[in-house]
Design a protein around this ligand. Structure first.
Ligand SMILES: C[S@@+](CC[C@H](N)C(=O)[O-])C[C@H]1O[C@@H](n2cnc3c(N)ncnc32)[C@H](O)[C@@H]1O
Length: 421
């Protein structure tokens, strides 16, 4: 879907990509039908109990990753529990059990007692970026998830007023919001998260260049990647389009790690990158760039005027009083206002790559999107947003930000381009 837009035609895609896309859609439809059939024929006791035990699938996967087992089994070979025990120093009894648990998910396969091979699923763990994402979700995600109910119960099951009182904060005994925590408190977790984001987006989203016609940007144009993590998006773009250069912005530690990792890049790419320690809650310091990229940074920031109820331990009180400490919290609007400081009216584009809640319901809902939505609530106290909600936030930043290009995929991945009038 495209709205009125200046200058840029839509991106093109070739027919082989379209064939592949159609095939993947058919496979997904078949998978969905198979799951529905399973639900239909399963014994309700088994079905419910399996749902609750599934936390152990995640825990087992995390143990396997931590023991570095994926890399110890050759992609086309096998290894025994005894061999894995020797290599990891772990108990063969534990290895046996975590591998059994994973096996029930078709992640690894036991081909004879105590001998394991990769499956096409477990082979994904050999990709270090994807593995970092699995590690992040099965570690921080699982831990935070166990605090979600207790966290929500504190506000009588309303999402909390900001990202300093999330389930993540409860789990990590901190008031520091998750990304700040990764950027300033726990660099190791931060590095794993940055790596994991690359793996996640590579695995689940279409390549960034198919979401917006970057090739049409004029020679010498600069892309400012705000909250860039490793800078993977910007670096991919300037590698594809040699006429472009980029600025990679994030917390100091994250930018240093990214700059260090980028030393392996070809010199002509590396030389077109500026590394910039920048806090996106402050006015943009890069002025007049052609494109400011906000890729998956807004979903971690609150926007809504949250009407948070008082903690339940203050109850009983009349329900009318529940909203007295409502907090106007507009971090997203603040971030938009900050980027406006850098934008040139009429020529700069703000490109938002984020999720838009699709208007589907029931069995048509994209499962991954809904899981991500719950995950983001646990980590950041932020709901996914509809297109209308995005427009309201842009409007609240000053009415001069106008969405002129929109691409929303069925799974909720979206590109929204905005100009400053
Ligand atoms: C979910 S990641 C997105 C990374 C990347 N843009 C992408 O699409 O893969 C959020 C990033 O925002 C960064 N971040 C969080 N708060 C920030 C702030 N106040 N200023 C700059 N960067 C920040 C984090 O360090 C992290 O790298």
């Amino acid at each position: 879907m495209h709205t009125c837009g200046p200058r840029l035609p839509p991106p093109s895609s070739d027919s082989s990509q379209e064939d592949e896309h159609a095939l993947l859609e058919q496979a997904a439809a078949l998978g969905k039908a198979a799951r529905q059939l399973r639900a239909l024929v399963a014994d309700p006791n088994d079905w419910m109990i399996e749902a609750c035990w599934s936390y152990l699938d995640v825990a087992a996967l995390n143990s396997v990753i931590n023991m570095k087992i994926p890399g110890l089994i050759a992609a086309d070979g096998s290894a025994t529990a005894a061999e894995l025990s020797k290599l990891t120093g772990a108990s063969p009894d534990i290895i046996l059990r975590v591998m059994r648990q994973c096996g029930h998910r078709s992640i690894f396969k036991e081909t004879e007692p105590g001998r394991y091979e990769h499956t096409h699923h477990s082979r994904r763990l050999l990709d270090p970026h994807f593995c970092a994402f699995m590690d992040y979700i099965s570690d921080d995600g699982l831990l935070t998830g166990t605090y979600l109910t207790r966290n929500l119960a504190k506000t009588n099951f309303h999402v909390g007023p900001d990202n300093t009182c999330t389930a993540f904060c409860d789990a990590f005994k901190t008031r520091v919001p998750i990304y700040e925590y990764y950027g300033t408190v726990d660099a190791e977790r931060g590095e794993r998260f940055s790596k994991g984001m690359v793996g996640y987006f590579e695995a689940t989203e279409k390549p960034i260049e198919t979401l917006f016609p970057f090739s049409q940007l004029a020679a010498g144009s600069t892309i400012v990647d705000i909250g860039a993590a490793t800078g993977a998006n910007a670096i991919r773009l300037i590698t594809l389009y040699p006429q472009l250069n980029c600025v990679v912005q994030d917390y100091g530690d994250i930018v240093s790690a990214a700059a260090n990792a980028a030393k392996t890049l070809p010199k002509d790419v590396y030389d077109r990158i500026v590394w910039d320690e920048y806090d996106y809650y402050t006015p943009q310091t890069q002025h007049g760039a052609a494109l400011y990229l906000m890729s998956h940074i807004l979903n971690g920031n609150t926007d809504e005027l949250v009407l948070a109820p008082l903690p339940t331990h203050i109850l009983p009180l009349p329900r009318s009083i529940l909203t007295v400490h409502a907090t106007p919290n507009s971090k997203v609007v603040k971030m938009f206002k900050n980027v406006v400081h850098g934008m040139t009216p009429g020529s700069s584009t703000l490109l938002i790559l984020d999720w838009v809640d699709p208007p589907s319901f029931g069995e048509d809902r994209p499962r991954v999107f809904d899981s991500l939505d719950m995950h983001m609530i646990a980590q950041t106290n932020v709901y996914s947003r509809s297109l209308e909600r995005w427009d309201t936030m842009l409007k609240r930043a000053g009415e001069r930000l106008v969405r002129y290009y929109t691409k929303v995929e069925a799974n909720g991945c979206a590109a929204l381009a905005v100009r400053l009038e």
